[in-house]
Write a protein that binds this ligand. Sequence first.
Ligand SMILES: *[C@@H]1O[C@H](CO)[C@@H](O)[C@H](O)[C@H]1NC(C)=O
Ligand SMILES: *[C@@H]1O[C@H](CO)[C@@H](O)[C@H](O)[C@H]1NC(C)=O
Ligand SMILES: *[C@@H]1O[C@H](CO)[C@@H](O)[C@H](O)[C@H]1NC(C)=O
Length: 150
Amino acid sequence: MVLKRSHMVLALLGLFLLGLTQLSAGKESPTKKFQRQHMDTEHLTANNTNYCNLMMKARNMTKGRCKPVNTFIHEPKSVVDAVCQEKNITCKNGQPSCHQSSLPMILTHCRQTGASKYPNCQYRASYLNKQIIVACGGQAYVPVHFDAYV
Ligand SMILES: *[C@@H]1O[C@H](CO)[C@@H](O)[C@H](O)[C@H]1NC(C)=O
Ligand SMILES: *[C@@H]1O[C@H](CO)[C@@H](O)[C@H](O)[C@H]1NC(C)=O
Ligand SMILES: *[C@@H]1O[C@H](CO)[C@@H](O)[C@H](O)[C@H]1NC(C)=O
């Protein structure tokens, strides 16, 4: 049986495209990463003393190492995305793409305890109501990095 040359080329092209899709599926976009690390719309607030221990693990921030600090935002996605339309300021790292919310938001700040040792990452939670500063990017110009709360 002889495979036609054009069929062969199509088959190779198909394999190549499949590979590309898998590569892009494996890489988490900055927008998705921000959602995973900082957005918690399921809980109106951290209502459990174990919240940080559970959430840091559930959101894969205790894989390979314990992420030392992380802030969760308990506000709707539309509200957080809209911060990118607010006053732009310079980020901590000097980039000009940060924006500060005019209104305070309900936050839980998680900080690793002194006794915490990987892989048993332990966190303490602080419950805050503060304005947030996020870096924005991408075509949709939505949050890609949590810079600070003020
Ligand atoms: C409190 O936590 C429980 C379990 O994690 C969750 O189902 C519930 O929605 C939370 N309540 C609020 C007000 O966030
Ligand atoms: C955490 O990682 C696991 C395995 O790599 C993955 O299946 C899961 O979807 C991740 N969880 C989140 C919230 O990204
Ligand atoms: C505000 O945004 C503009 C346009 O995106 C940018 O050129 C400028 O540097 C920003 N200003 C500050 C203070 O970050």
